[in-house]
Design a binder for this molecule. Structure first.
Ligand code: NOJ
Length: 614
């Protein structure tokens, strides 16, 4: 359960709550050189920095790719694996250590891959198993690891398991999913909402609502039962209380680990279990964008049993060499809950549950120095020394530049978020296009919407197409994404100026800011492993901190979170740092490029400054 979701009203630009969402409040290869962008082999390759002995994922930059939208190699208007392979040089140049690829398995694509019909193959739309093997091998050469999305909570209703499971109550696979006989429609206490889903005189057993609209229970006449689905009805939930399910899913993970993937992003992982007693979820009042009553998710999300599964999964993955990693899609209410997903003091669950607490606050996120300071400190001190993972953007939410942006300083605000992402101790997770300042381009007509929740929720909820538009590579046709004028989602009009080719040539571009920061993070010991001390902590407008290993240069960061200039003096007394020589390493305003003292630094609106002290 994500308590924040409880207070967020349903809107067309709703923050996605995914794994923690309460159903009721889901209110949410071209030859590249043809277009002027160098191909993987032609790209100038960044030197691979020397790293400490820490596992690779501790200092990593992880880059999420939505495969439909990254690069089309065969002219069908849809991105694919060979397209990703062709762009590995770009990713390496950006300082990316690993890419997380959203699901590329065979799928009916109801939920664009999150409805998997075969866990051990590649959807022909995206290529072949041989293409995936080549991507893994080419990635290895360029030090870009491949992390796959693993959907364990549910399968597609077209998966062979479900086809068998729903054929008869006595089928050996029947118990692989969550079934219920329902209750008599005229039983006492049955609500009008339950009666909406009546079949053969039976209604769903409780008030559980699907995150994607309607009851979470779907009737199957052949077995005269309902099955549970947290998401679309085409995504039946697996029954994780059946050991055969765990065996099959761990087997699927091993299939990919054996092929050399670096780990998994675990989709909707807190949703694996539901209350066996089927208690009603709390009623919250009101109706959501899909027309369902708002209910909480106390009995359908973050149940304790999930941690036993995660501990066994961690032990299974740990048998593989090379520090394979488990990343969790963990929308959680607070840092104490987040710590449980690491395994607390035992450190035996996920290496990197996503910290959604800093980057996803609501419809209109606000740069707030106090809350950023508090949360960054918290996630570094309250997780038993585990490694934080900060994320601001993904394929389910309005892009951060639009949530945090003020419409005037969006480019600077995007740079501020990047500065936070790359200069704290956290592993950095970014989303394709974030480095360009790509904006959310929400459809303006219902008939153009591709994400089903945007069709059923229109106009209150317009779906997630806006943040999934094709990557903007060039100012040429289809932004260099595809040779096909019919791309699966339209190319946003901004592509003429917001693209890799144009931004590569502009030293002050958002792209070059991201590159500069990721290079600093890779090259400076203080940014790799230095302790962090917050500076000027009473300042409500400026977030400032120092990173120091105790020897060598320290790194000081100062960001103006407001639209008015702020003058700060950053006092290092009490930090143990006695050096005084100050040098600018990166600044997004010319006036800051000559800073030589920590006294009276004037930060222009939304400016970021990174300096060394030695
Ligand atoms: C979370 C994924 O990020 C989202 O895109 C998907 O719709 C749901 N889980 C269901 O798999």
């Amino acid at each position: 359960m994500n308590p924040r979701s409880l207070s967020v009203p349903c809107t067309g630009r709703q923050l996605w709550r995914s794994a923690a969402l309460s159903a009721a409040v889901l209110a949410l290869f071209l030859s590249p050189s043809i277009f002027g962008v160098p191909s993987a082999t032609a790209e100038v390759q960044a030197p691979v920095a020397s790293r400490s002995a820490a596992p690779w994922w501790k200092q990593a930059v992880v880059y999420e790719i939505y495969p439909r939208s990254f690069q089309d190699s065969n002219g069908d208007g849809i991105g694919d694996l060979n397209g990703i392979t062709s762009r590995l040089g770009y990713l390496q140049g950006l300082g990316v250590d690993a890419i997380w690829i959203a699901p590329m398995y065979p799928s009916p694509q109801v939920d664009f891959g999150y409805d998997i019909s075969n866990y051990e193959a590649v959807d022909p739309q995206y290529g072949t198993l041989a293409d995936m093997d080549r991507l893994i091998a080419e990635g290895k050469k360029l030090h870009v690891r491949i992390v796959l999305d693993m959907v364990l909570n549910h399968t597609s209703d077209k998966h062979q398991w479900f086809i068998e499971a729903s054929s008869s109550r006595t089928d050996p696979k029947h118990d692989w999913y969550v079934w219920n006989d329902g209750i008599a429609a005229d039983a006492p206490g049955v609500t009008d909402y339950q009666k909406r889903f009546e079949h053969d005189g039976r209604v769903p057993p409780n008030n559980w609502v699907s995150g994607f609209g309607g009851s979470a229970w779907e009737w199957v006449p052949a077995v005269h039962q309902f099955y549970y689905h947290e998401f679309y009805k085409q995504q039946p939930d697996l029954n994780w209380r059946n050991p055969a399910v765990e065996k099959a899913m761990f087997g699927a993970m091993q299939f990919w680990l054996d092929r050399g993937v670096a780990g998994f992003r675990l989709d909707a992982i807190p949703n694996l279990f539901e209350d066996p007693l089927l208690h009603n979820n709390p009623e919250l009042g009101g109706i959501n964008a899909q027309g369902d009553p708002n209910v909480g998710d106390t009995y359908t999300n973050n149940l304790p049993e999930v941690h036993d599964v995660i501990r066994r999964m961690r032990a299974m993955v740990a048998k593989y060499p090379g520090d394979r990693v488990l990343i969790g899609e963990t929308y959680l209410p607070n840092t104490a809950e987040l710590d449980k997903w690491y395994g607390g003091a035992a450190h035996n669950e996920l290496q990197l549950p996503m910290d959604m607490l800093i980057g996803f606050h609501g419809d209109h996120d606000k740069l707030d120095a106090d809350s950023f300071r508090q949360h960054i400190e918290e996630v570094q001190t309250l997780v038993h020394g585990s490694q934080p993972l900060i994320v601001f953007d993904n394929h389910d939410n309005v892009r951060a530049i639009d949530r945090y942006g003020d419409g005037v300083h969006d480019d600077l605000i995007n740079k501020t978020l990047a500065t936070t992402l790359f200069t704290t101790k956290a592993t950095a997770l970014m989303y394709y296009g974030e480095e360009l300042g790509m904006h959310t381009t929400t459809p303006t007509r219902r008939e153009d919407v591709r994400d089903p929740i945007g069709i059923t929720g229109w106009p209150k909820q317009k779906g997630r197409d806006g943040e999934r538009t094709p990557m903007q590579w060039t100012a040429g046709p289809q932004a260099g994404f595809s040779t096909n004028p019919q791309t699966w989602l339209p190319i946003p009009p901004s592509y003429k100026t917001v693209n890799v080719a144009v931004e590569s040539r502009d030293p002050n571009s958002e792209l070059n800011w991201f590159k500069q920061l990721s290079a600093l993070r890779r090259d400076l010991p203080a940014l790799q492993s230095g302790a962090m001390t917050m500076l000027d902590t009473d300042n409500h407008s400026v977030l400032a901190y120092v990173r120091s290993t105790g020897s060598g240069a320290s790194v000081v960061v100062a960001m103006n979170f407001t639209a008015t200039p702020q003058t700060v003096t950053l006092n290092l007394s009490g930090t143990g740092i006695t050096a005084h020589s100050v040098k600018t390493l990166a600044a997004d305003d010319d006036s800051l490029k000559t800073v030589t003292t920590l006294d009276n630094i004037t930060l222009p609106p939304f400016a970021s400054w990174v300096g060394s002290v030695q």
